[in-house]
Ligand binder design. Structure first.
Ligand code: GDP
Ligand code: MG
Length: 797
């Protein structure tokens, strides 16, 4: 029987995991291993994917993938290998030995936390190689998604952070200096589940750790979901980098009657474990102390490995050790920690295999060792490895964790999910939420704020004009300041509230855990156009800005999905286009701003979907990319996190307004104020700009936009979409426009090439060819749609 046939509410034990390659590895890494108990929670509203419960967390996968997993039903009696709520393995036999260190105290005994390392249990200060004074202590902050990394990062660094990119790739990189410790640097890595190169984020995190060689790792673990989270910890500990374990969400664990024996866990793992609550600011100072200590003294964890000598016959243990001896010199040469390399070879990691440059003999020996282990263990290599890690985790948890029965947060999430992912309610609510987000940020709250800001800027412009008049400033300079800067940059700046609000709502959706549900609910629909539910995240972010949306596609494991999602993102109208819509709506469709806006958003989506659908029909038939994802509990997003994000966005936007947009405005003002002899012209029609744009104007004539000034606006929009409006303002073109021209302008602006920044992001992800393709393709689509709009409109107007 396979997992696909399991009905909601039923429970079973996994007996075998089929499939192959990276997906299978990912299944194993997520805890889908032979011997694990799964419960079917529910089907998605459209019948696919399904939600499962295993290792204490909710996982979704598609039915097609579930069909690869063989199970046997449990008949109510305890399955072979689970950990009960008190944290003990349930098959009754004695808990396997975790370590030979003494184990005595009862699970509920309260012990003070003695301060690890400083006691010198595992570290001999005399032999410790303390780093020279002044060395920058670099830390990598690593953890699962939603384990609280961002929260912890913000708490640790306060405002001492800067955002950048990881070298060579475009995933947001946040670096920050720990408050009060100037010679430290913490890097927030993307959330990952394992160090297998399944998604690009895992690849990146791994590369950063292996290549940048941080002085310490801060591994953040969600204590309310400890088994799954520790799986990554096991792999991080193989890296021979000093490490502290931050057990986050301890407030939730305590409130639900759970507790964790920290000292015991420290002793069993061999690294400092610090209970914290990032959101409640508890334990963070202690965490920092420990992190700095282990990094400064380079205290690497002394445990050689976690494969028990007698664990399931010890086959995995022997195998790992043989491989380690085999590859020791190769690993040293390649600069890869040998323990890590050995584990990855067992998991058939192609990257590591290549980096090690084993010769044919060694490869053969490796294969012999692996086959021998498989025969002895009765499991294939990857499953045996995952099983070894999860067995250790279960034994560890059995001795250290008192699990809460069922957390309040989980019960609450289940209740919320009854509605938000309910069969009949899920899709209507999703659509309602998206409409509400757009409506609230643009109409209800955004518009009045924007008005106020606009008036403020207008007032400032008037004062400036008076001052310059009084001081008898040269009229060209006056024109530059008033027509160029205030009109151009000012009109764009006033849109800050709307754009920030849009990001605010999107971040609420993401942080609360609803984004994952949206992916769960819409997966089946998106598959109809050849995408997966995970693509919904970048697409929704695309309503904010295409640049982070393009970056967000990094979470997609399949290259094909990533390509398609990136190409589809420009159809999600980005927030920089809002000024254009608002400008035309208020001029030509007064009172219908809201409808125009929604219509444009919908047209963008529809055109995108249509194109994706055509591409799917034309393209080769291929397997759908897998969809395996955790559904986190709903959580109230933290104000500080959201505030940080909004501040970043505002800063970013203001910087853009005063750099790209400012320069574009000045260049356009200059080109339209002067002719080729650099004389000031009275009639902009005689200017350099008129001549330049005139060259392109014939292309736009058939769609009713032959005016050179409109063409200019489009060109400047390529630098930044907001400039379309500022250019129209500078060129004083409003009077010449009609409703009949407004419609094709709106459609063209909606669909034509994304701005330079977005194209640069596409180029970094997909290369120059695709970037050029996006520019040309979007312009073509925009031209066609604007033309169609113009034809239809001219029938009625
Ligand atoms: P990331 O995905 O790892 O960056 O996780 P975030 O920092 O975004 O946190 C995910 C969610 O967990 C947010 O809603 C946080 O407010 C919440 N959270 C983080 N730390 C804690 C904690 O210590 N206790 C509780 N109760 N919630 C937390
Ligand atoms: Mg985060």
């Amino acid at each position: 029987m396979t997992l696909k046939e399991l009905k909601p509410g039923q429970e079973a034990v996994i007996t075998a995991v089929g499939g192959d390659g990276a997906l299978r590895q990912h299944f194993l890494d997520m805890g889908v291993i032979p011997g694990a108990t799964v419960r079917m929670m529910k089907y998605a509203p459209l019948g696919d994917p399904v939600e499962l419960w295993l290792h204490g967390y909710a996982l979704t996968l598609r039915k097609a993938d579930a069909a690869e997993i063989t199970i046997t039903m449990t008949d109510g009696t305890a399955p072979e290998k689970t950990v009960d709520n008190a944290g003990r393995t349930s098959n009754g036999d004695s808990v396997p030995e975790v370590d030979d260190l003494p184990y005595s105290a009862s699970l509920h005994e309260h012990n003070p936390h003695p301060g690890f390392g400083e006691e010198g249990i595992f570290h001999d200060k005399d032999q410790g190689q303390e780093l020279p004074k002044g060395t920058i202590l670099t830390f990598a902050l690593v953890g699962n998604q939603n384990s609280g990394k961002t929260t912890l990062f913000n708490q640790m660094t306060g405002s001492n952070q800067h955002v950048g990119n990881f070298p060579g790739v475009t995933v947001d990189r946040k670096d920050g200096v720990i408050k009060g410790l100037p010679d430290t640097l913490v890097t927030d890595l993307p959330g990952i589940y394992s160090l297998s190169p399944y998604s690009s984020e895992e690849r990146i995190s791994r590369q950063v750790i292996l290549q940048e060689k941080p002085k310490g790792i801060i591994d953040i673990v969600d204590a309310s979901n400890i088994e799954r989270n520790l799986y990554l910890t096991m792999q991080l500990m193989e890296l021979d980098i000093p490490m502290v374990l931050a057990l986050n969400m301890m407030d939730e664990v305590r409130n639900n009657g759970g507790s964790i024996r920290i000292n015991e866990m420290e002793r069993l793992l061999g690294i400092p474990v610090v209970p914290i609550s990032a959101a409640k600011d508890e334990g963070i100072d202690e965490l920092i102390d420990h992190a700095v200590h282990i990094a400064r003294h380079q205290e690497v964890n002394p445990r050689p490995d976690f494969c028990g000598k007698d664990d399931a016959g010890g086959a995995v243990h022997r195998c790992l050790h043989s491989i380690r001896h085999l590859i020791e010199d190769h690993a040293a040469r390649a600069g890869i920690p040998v323990r890590f390399a050995a584990s990855k070879l067992v998991e058939q990691d192609a990257d590591i295999l290549e980096a090690l440059q084993l010769d044919e003999n060694e490869k053969e020996t490796l294969e012999h060792i692996l086959v021998q282990m498989e025969n002895e263990r009765g499991l294939d290599r990857a499953a045996a490895m995952a099983d070894m890690r999860f067995s250790f985790i279960q034994r560890l948890c059995a001795r250290t964790v008192v699990k809460p029965r069922e957390s309040k947060e989980y019960r609450r999430s289940k209740r919320i999910d009854r509605i938000l992912t309910g069969k009949w309610t899920a899709l209507p609510i999703f659509i309602a939420v998206m409409c509400a987000v757009i409506w609230l940020s643009i109409d209800t709250f955004g518009a009045p704020l924007q008005d106020a800001l606009d008036r403020g800027i207008g007032w400032l412009a008037d004062r400036c004009a008076q001052q310059m008049e009084a001081l008898e400033v040269n009229s060209t300079v006056q024109s530059l300041v008033l027509d160029g800067i205030f009109n151009g940059v000012g009109s764009v700046l006033s849109f800050i509230p709307i754009i920030v609000l849009l990001f605010f709502f999107l971040s609420l959706i993401e942080d609360s855990g609803y984004m994952a549900r949206i992916a769960f609910v819409t997966d089946k629909l998106l598959r109809k156009i050849g995408l997966s539910g995970r693509s919904i995240v970048p697409l929704l972010i695309g309503f904010g800005c295409s640049v982070p949306a393009t970056m967000a596609t990094r979470t997609l494991p399949s290259a094909r999905d990533r390509l398609k999602t990136i190409l589809l993102t420009p159809f999600m109208s980005c927030s920089a286009k809002i000024p254009i819509y608002a400008f035309f709506a208020s001029a030509f469709f007064p009172g219908h701003g809201g409808q125009i806006l929604i219509a444009l958003y919908l047209i963008g989506i529809l055109v995108g979907v249509l194109i994706a659908f055509i591409a799917k029909c034309l393209g080769r038939k291929s397997e759908a990319a897998p969809f395996v994802m955790e559904l986190p509990n709903y959580r109230l997003p933290r104000i500080q996190n959201v505030a940080h994000l909004l501040w970043d966005k505002t800063k970013d936007f203001i910087t853009r307004a005063f750099t790209v947009i400012f320069i574009a405005t000045i260049v356009i003002w200059f080109l339209q104020s002067f002719n080729f002899r650099f004389d000031l012209v009275d009639d902009p029609g005689q200017s350099i700009l008129a001549w330049l744009s005139g060259l392109l104007a014939p292309v736009f004539k058939p769609i009713g936009l032959g005016d050179w000034r409109i063409v200019t606006a489009f060109i400047s929009g390529f630098l930044a979409k907001e400039s379309v409006v500022s250019t129209l303002e500078v060129l004083n073109v409003t009077a010449a426009l009609t409703t009949l021209t407004a419609i094709p302008i709106l459609l063209f602006s909606l669909l034509y090439t994304p701005c330079v920044a977005a194209i640069a992001a596409v180029r970094r992800e997909l290369g120059m060819r695709w970037a050029l393709f996006v520019v040309l393709f979007q312009c073509l689509v925009a031209w066609l749609c604007a033309g169609a709009g113009y034809l239809i409109a001219s029938l009625f107007l």
